[in-house]
Design a binder for this molecule. Structure first.
Ligand code: HEC
Length: 103
């Protein structure tokens, strides 16, 4: 196999899974389970728990000041205690939709 072909295949595989799951709340749930669950409780139940200072997604959704814009702002900047995931706009939207669906 030529080097170019191999590179093309690797790139195609790398691009495959995420855009497929990053649609709508279901996709957001899958992303949350994959990337956010290590620190956050991402499920609706049990709601509003805080572990080690990390708020659950239900607790975040329940705050009156939480809006799509506030979540977008938070997820678009770096944080001291939370890694920067460099989310694509569609991944970000799926996660925001999912978090707000826990309201
Ligand atoms: C390594 C642990 C860790 C991971 C993984 C993580 N977070 Fe966080 N997150 C935190 C901590 C800790 C906070 C509390 C605020 C702070 O100190 O930065 C936080 C805060 C937040 C907040 C803001 C809550 C508020 O107070 O307004 C949002 C929204 C959020 N995370 C979303 C996510 C999403 C979406 C993912 C997955 C893409 C994620 N987090 C993955 C640790 C993490």
């Amino acid at each position: 196999m030529t080097r170019l072909k191999r590179t093309a295949i690797v790139m195609a595989l790398a691009l495959l899974p995420l855009p497929v799951v990053a649609q709508g709340p279901r996709g957001g749930a899958a992303l949350a389970e994959r990337w956010c669950m290590a620190c956050h409780n991402v499920e609706a139940n049990p709601p509003r728990t805080v572990t080690n200072g990390t708020p659950s997604f239900a607790a975040i959704a329940a705050r009156p000041e939480t809006t799509p814009a506030s979540l977008d702002g938070y997820l678009s900047t770096g944080h001291t205690r939370m890694p920067d995931f460099a989310l694509s706009p569609s991944e970000k939207n799926a996660l925001i939709t999912y978090i707000l669906s826990l309201r």
